[in-house]
Design a binder for this molecule. Structure first.
Ligand SMILES: [Zn+2]
Length: 149
């Protein structure tokens, strides 16, 4: 393991520990946001691509023709999806935080799955080094810092 991936591993471990601690301080608003996202995105049907007026508009405003990760056209990669940079399952209080949302293609979303951000960076670094700079550029630095507070 080289020094850069070792750093990522340490950062991932840190964020994971901090994230778990925050779990004990979830508020009612956190839970409401968590549920709101289900409705806002609409999990069923083609809802991955946004099914409310607001989420459709948000997708239009926050994407163009190509996925920011793989750089391929959405149309060739299963279409647009809304992804949580920091997974909603681990960070439910960030469900409706727009700093945490971005539009990526269906195939990249499936590959990313429930990986923590640093885990995902590490994964791309190892498996798709040419795309690593794309993922690194999208790192939600402020959110990751906020996990430490
Ligand atoms: Zn993609």
């Amino acid at each position: 393991m080289n020094s850069e991936s070792k750093d990522l591993k340490e950062l991932f471990d840190l964020a994971d520990r901090v994230g778990r601690r925050r779990y004990h301080r979830l508020t009612q608003q956190d839970f409401e946001d968590y549920r709101k996202y289900d409705y806002w995105r609409c999990v069923n049907g083609d809802g991955e691509c946004g099914s409310t007026r607001q989420s459709k508009d948000w997708i239009d405003e926050n994407s163009d023709w190509n996925c920011p990760i793989c750089e391929q056209r959405y149309a060739d990669r299963g279409g647009r999806t809304i992804d949580h940079k920091l997974p909603r399952s681990q960070y439910p209080w960030l469900s409706m935080n727009f700093e945490n949302l971005w539009v990526i293609c269906q195939m990249c979303n499936e590959e990313k799955g429930e990986m923590h951000w640093y885990e995902y960076e590490h994964y791309v670094f190892i498996h798709s080094p040419k795309l690593y700079s794309n993922v690194q550029a999208a790192r939600p630095s402020l959110l990751l810092k906020s996990l430490k507070s």
